[in-house]
Design a protein around this ligand. Structure first.
Ligand SMILES: [Zn+2]
Length: 54
């Protein structure tokens, strides 16, 4: 498995139903705080807060 630079793949988990709906990457050196973003959850069928999960 080849790793590219400092980008880590992270999961975005719905805070309501705890389902992992999105994957994204981030540069560890640029972003130190945990990601939180509003995204559409197909399980909840609405926009919910998604947080970084492991
Ligand atoms: Zn949800």
């Amino acid at each position: 498995m080849a790793k590219k630079g400092n980008d880590n793949q992270i999961k975005l988990r719905c805070e309501v139903c705890k389902t992992v709906n999105y994957f994204t990457t981030r540069n560890k050196k640029k972003l130190k705080e945990k990601l939180e973003m509003k995204k559409h959850c197909p399980v909840c069928k609405k926009h919910t807060l998604h947080k970084e999960g492991k």
